[in-house]
Design a protein around this ligand. Structure first.
Ligand code: C2E
Ligand code: CA
Ligand code: CA
Ligand code: CA
Length: 279
């Protein structure tokens, strides 16, 4: 780059260029990984607070980028995948892997186990999504009672007419729907009444500090109360200690997910975890 010294041009030699290059490299790396299905799906247990039993798991994608030799957080690469069209293949990969692993769990642990799968709004609002999902469930002989979709409320509210259509279609097909990160987006309570929502997940940003920050505790309690009014299950995520869990139980929370019980783990570790808890 010539003309160095002029403000606009300075940019080219700077952090800006480096960051842009890094971004493009990451995009390409992710494209490659998507093509090769170079991901793993980890599972984090969901515990029923009254029975202490593991009643389900959340499927969480993992990507080890061999170009940078590092795990890249899904918080970082899922948005890239959403913006560059890889999310559909990634979503399908996660679904397929999670269904395959779910079948093992249903046979070896509990026929009522519930697998929760994160759905990007991009997928959710795609025409073929539900059809695709139902076909895949049929192929794997998986019953609707054994799966649950997690979607963030922000995404639902943003596109309400289409969202209502899709939500109704999910209802017709008895698909369980959890509202992820509840409390951190738009707070319209209307859809809780109208739609087939089976669970609210309290965002971990509230749960993590609820023992220290009074506001977070109040928000957590409020979400639990809302869940009772609308007769849906409520689950806390980010439960990192026994003290958190004890408090949540007192507050009337149904389900718990967090490092206190286990971090997300590969299927074999998860099966061992289940077996250990069963003894
Ligand atoms: P999320 O759906 O809110 O998932 C919960 C996140 O909290 C996970 O991060 C999980 O590892 C983390 N977590 C669980 N327990 C604790 C705890 O006790 N303490 C703390 N500090 N964190 C805890 P992860 O796996 O890094 O995923 C981040 C986000 O990436 C997810 O947030 C979700 O939005 C997205 N994501 C992950 N997998 C998928 C996927 O398969 N598809 C889509 N569309 N998004 C995904
Ligand atoms: Ca989730
Ligand atoms: Ca969440
Ligand atoms: Ca989140």
């Amino acid at each position: 780059v010539k003309k160095a010294g002029r403000d606009g041009v300075m940019l080219y030699n700077s952090e800006f260029t480096k960051n842009l290059l890094k971004k493009v490299e990451l995009q390409n790396s992710l494209k490659e990984a998507t093509k090769n299905e170079d991901f793993e799906v980890y599972y984090q247990p969901v515990i029923n607070l009254s029975s202490k039993k593991v009643i389900g798991a959340e499927a969480l994608i993992r990507w080890y980028d061999s170009n940078t030799n590092a795990y890249i957080s899904p918080e970082k690469f899922i948005p890239i995948a959403e913006n560059h069209g890889m999310i559909y293949d990634i979503g399908r990969f996660v679904r397929k892997q999670a269904f395959e692993d779910l079948l093992i769990i249903l046979n070896s642990y509990d026929p009522n186990f519930i697998m929760s799968i994160n759905v990007s709004s991009k997928e959710f609002f795609q025409d073929e999504y539900i059809k695709d999902l139902l076909t895949m469930m049929k192929d794997f002989s998986i019953d609707t009672k054994n799966i649950e979709l997690e979607i963030t409320e922000t995404h639902i509210m943003k596109n309400s007419d289409l969202a209502i259509k899709i939500l109704n279609k999910l209802k017709e097909n008895n698909i369980n729907l959890a509202i992820d990160d509840f409390g951190s987006g738009y707070s319209s309570l209307n859809y809780l009444k109208k739609f087939p929502i089976s669970k609210l997940k309290i965002d971990k940003s509230f749960v993590l500090d609820m023992l220290k920050v009074e506001d977070d505790r109040l928000i957590t309690q409020t979400i639990i109360n809302i869940s009772k009014i609308f007769k849906v299950k409520v689950q806390a995520e980010g439960v990192e200690s026994k003290a958190h869990e004890f408090e949540l139980m007192q507050m009337g929370c149904d389900l718990s997910q967090g490092y206190y019980h286990a971090r997300p783990m590969p299927i074999n570790d998860f099966l061992n975890f289940l077996e250990g808890r069963n003894k």
